[in-house]
Each structure stands twice: as C-alpha cells, then as structure tokens.
Ligand binder design. Structure first.
Ligand SMILES: *[C@@H]1O[C@H](CO)[C@@H](O)[C@H](O)[C@H]1NC(C)=O
Ligand SMILES: *[C@@H]1O[C@H](CO)[C@@H](O)[C@H](O)[C@H]1NC(C)=O
Ligand SMILES: *[C@@H]1O[C@H](CO)[C@@H](O)[C@H](O)[C@H]1NC(C)=O
Ligand SMILES: *[C@@H]1O[C@H](CO)[C@@H](O)[C@H](O)[C@H]1NC(C)=O
Length: 406
C-alpha cells in the first residue's frame, strides 16, 4: 500500500470536520477495494490462463464438455441400454436416456408431413430426435451431445474430443485479440475463385471461447460427430467457408485401407496421409447418429424440423439445414472425417440392428464397428477384467477387413 503514502497526511489532519473524516475514510475504503479488485485482475494472467485451459480440459468431464449427453432409444430395447450404460461407464461418461416412440399421430406433423407420406420408421426417428431437441430447449442447456443407442466410440474418446475442440476453434473463433478476423480467408463464405486451405491444429491459434470448449455457443449450431459419410465443402457450394482444420499423426485413425467412407467420397484418402483427421463445415450425406448441438442450434433445428415443414426423413432434413437448402436457413455445422461415433453391429439377427429400418433376415456372426480402432463395445471383456491389452479392430499394416452390409 506504499503508493498511498503521499496522501496520508491529509487523512491525519485533526482539524478536519467529522463529515470530512467520514468522507475521507469512505474514500480510503473505496480506493482500497478498487485497488484490490484491479490488483486482482492485473495479477491474474496466470489465473486466467488456467481458467482458459480448464475450458479446453472440460472435454475430459463426464459429459465431454457439453452440458448433457442424451441417448435416444426405445425403452423396450433393454439390450441396447445395458450395453450403452456399460460403454458410458467404462468411458467415464454420464448419459441420460430420451425415450423413442413407436406411434406418431398424423395431426402432429409439420406442414408437408402427411402429404409427403414419410413412413413409420422414419417418423419414429424424427419424433425421438425432436423430443431430444425439445428437452434441450426446455431445459435451456448450453449444449448437449445426442447419440442413438447403438452408437460405439473409441476408448480414447476424450482425447479425441480435445483434438476436435482445438480444430473446431480454428474454423469458428476469431484470431487472437480480434473480434471478427478469422484464420480462414473464406470465412464467412468464399468467393467463386477461392480455394480451400488446410490448417494444422499445432500451427495456429485463435481467441479462446468463453462458454464452450468447442467454440463460443453463439458461433456453432451442430457438430456432426457420427454420420454415414460426407464430403468436404466445395467452392461451388458458395454458402459456407472452405477451411479445413487438420489433425495429423492421430494414432486413433485407421490406415486408409481400413477406412469405410460409406456414402461420402474418398477425398480424405486421396489428399491426406494416413492417420489424419480433418474438421470442416459439414456436407454430410446421411445418418444423424451422433451430434452435439448448441442451445441456438437446438432452437433452430426444432423450428426447422418440428415446426417449419417436414419435407423428408429426419436425417435428410438435418442435412438440408446444414446445407442451407430446401428453403431452410443455413446452420453452422461442423463435421469430422473420419467420424468419431459409429453404429455398433453386435452378433445376432440383423433384424435387431434397427427397430425402424429393415436390415433383412440375415444373421451377423461377427460383431463390428466401422472406422473405430479401440471400440469400447468390442473391448468390454478387456475393460471388465481390467486388461489394457485392447483389441485393435484395424491394426496398422493389416489387410482390409470386409464387413456385411447394414
Ligand atoms: C462439463 O463441461 C461443460 C462445459 O464447460 C459444462 O457445461 C458441464 O456442466 C460440465 N459437466 C460436468 C458433468 O462437469
Ligand atoms: C397418416 O398418414 C399416412 C400417410 O399419408 C397414412 O398412410 C396413414 O394411414 C395415416 N394414418 C392415420 C392414422 O390417419
Ligand atoms: C437460458 O440460458 C441463457 C444462457 O445461459 C440465459 O442467459 C437465459 O437467461 C436462460 N433462459 C432462461 C429462461 O432461463
Ligand atoms: C494381447 O492380446 C492378443 C490378442 O488377444 C494376444 O495375442 C496377446 O498375447 C496379448 N498380449 C499380452 C501381453 O497379453
């Protein structure tokens, strides 16, 4: 408090009026409080740094840095809840179930739904996802991860999500110390003559988000983390930035021969070395298996799919909103190639793969999960026994494994 000494004599002048004394004391106390507070701020870079680091490290919490993880499925599929709860427990995750439905009244469909004649299964999937979105809106969750109940992931999911968060930030957060300048020159949308650039997560930085590890909640709607194939955005799309955030040398990515791009294209395999994962704006083909959604995103999708109109099956409508087509307002959707979440196909009758889609009468005699190396579900026996000798479904150098359809 040495710097106050210059003014000290005044405060000890005994001839001051009592009111002046009161005022002087008040000023002193106020000055002290302000000094302490500002001192607190100026002394806090270290503290602020840790709080920022903590936000990224929130991806390691029980809800992967979102406010909740919601799992959609029919209560009757107890088999799926058993294995989902096990997978979550072994991954240090906390999930909440949202009941799927097997009945939808035609009266509840948004405009176009009845005329479009969307069939039973697609309709049930739509309603289940709308129920999840509505819960997020009603509970005012800042963000949530929504999973279908047969989804699988890698034992290292938390570390993967940290890399995803670092990459996502490069595409949505402004550069350090700026408000509206971005790393990607095609942000917010490219001109016809611009091409894409790849940005290595280890070579770039942005300003830190303040309310979500994945970028400020106001800057993204949907993170499409589990899908059945996608492509990178093209300059000819015109309406989304082309930037790609690249995670190189990621051991959790299977080598090219093992990757199944499903309904997407193979640009990832042609343009990047093995063990690379890339985040970009989403141009997903199909499947809304797993996505994280922000509060603004949940409101947007509930409006678009639940209120505005029903033009197609659920996952196709998700795609329309992310693509900004079909008279839908464009959402900010990011995706990962290869994806982090995938259907798991257990041993058993293929009919059990889905309650809403027909997978035929065949029998699947070998459990599998595409594109996931240390599958949690395929490692249940190891996890239960405490063995860290995990089964790698796609060892480096191994030959391509063929899976049945479905
Ligand atoms: C996880 O982190 C997110 C983001 O900071 C936060 O909203 C959420 O409450 C945290 N969840 C848990 C279970 O700690
Ligand atoms: C609901 O609409 C579909 C498609 O138009 C139709 O096949 C079905 O019979 C309708 N169901 C009821 C209960 O009206
Ligand atoms: C919802 O959450 C936001 C941000 O956390 C907050 O500003 C808003 O007041 C909340 N709304 C309600 C109705 O609680
Ligand atoms: C790890 O598991 C593999 C395959 O299950 C087995 O061949 C190998 O001997 C095991 N290694 C150790 C150290 O237990």
């Amino acid at each position: 408090m040495k710097h106050f000494s210059a003014s000290t004599p005044m405060f000890f002048n005994p001839r001051l009026h009592p009111r002046a004394w009161l005022l002087a004391c008040g000023c002193l106390i106020l000055t002290y409080i302000v000094a302490t507070l500002t001192g607190g701020f100026t002394l806090s870079p270290a503290k602020r740094l840790t709080s920022q680091k903590d936000l990224l490290n929130d991806v390691f919490n029980a809800t992967l840095g979102f406010q909740k993880i919601l799992v959609i499925g029919l209560p009757s599929r107890t088999d799926r809840r058993d294995s989902m709860s096990l997978a979550a427990a072994f991954s240090g995750l906390q999930v909440e179930y949202v009941d799927g439905v097997t009945q939808v009244d035609n009266k509840t469909l948004p405009p176009g739904g009845v005329e479009r004649g969307i069939d039973g299964g697609s309709l049930f999937a739509w309603r289940a996802h709308m129920n999840a979105l509505r819960l997020i809106v009603e509970q005012n969750l800042t963000s949530a991860l929504v999973l279908e109940d047969d989804i699988d992931w890698d034992i290292r999911i938390k570390a993967q999500m940290k890399e995803f968060a670092r990459a996502a930030r490069l595409l949505v957060q402004p550069l350090p110390h700026t408000r509206e300048q971005y790393l990607d020159p095609t942000y917010p949308s490219p001109s016809a003559d611009q091409g894409y650039q790849s940005f290595d997560v280890n070579e770039h930085a942005t300003s830190d988000p303040t309310d979500s590890p994945y970028g400020d909640i106001s800057r993204w709607d949907l993170l499409w983390l589990g899908h059945c194939g996608c492509r990178f955005p093209l300059a000819s799309d015109l309406n989304v930035p082309l930037g790609r955030a690249v995670i190189a040398n990621d051991d959790t990515v299977p080598e090219h021969q093992h990757l199944d791009m499903e309904y997407g294209n193979d640009e990832l395999l042609r343009q990047y070395p093995p063990h690379t994962r890339v985040v970009s704006r989403a141009r997903v083909n199909t499947c809304s298996l797993a996505y994280a959604i922000s509060q603004p995103g949940a409101r947007r999708f509930l409006y678009e799919l639940g209120v505005h109109k029903m033009s197609d099956p659920n996952d196709i409508m998700f795609r329309y909103v992310c693509d900004g087509v079909d008279d839908r307002q464009l959402a900010t959707c990011l995706t990962f190639q290869p994806q982090l979440f995938q259907h798991h196909r257990p041993v058993g009758a293929k009919a059990g793969f889905s309650d809403i889609a027909d997978h035929g009468d065949g029998f699947n005699d070998r459990a599998f999960t595409r594109n996931v190396r240390w599958s949690v579900r395929l490692n249940f026996a190891n996890l239960v026994s405490g063995s860290a000798n995990y089964t790698d479904s796609f060892p480096d150098g191994g030959r391509k494994v063929h899976f049945p359809d479905g």
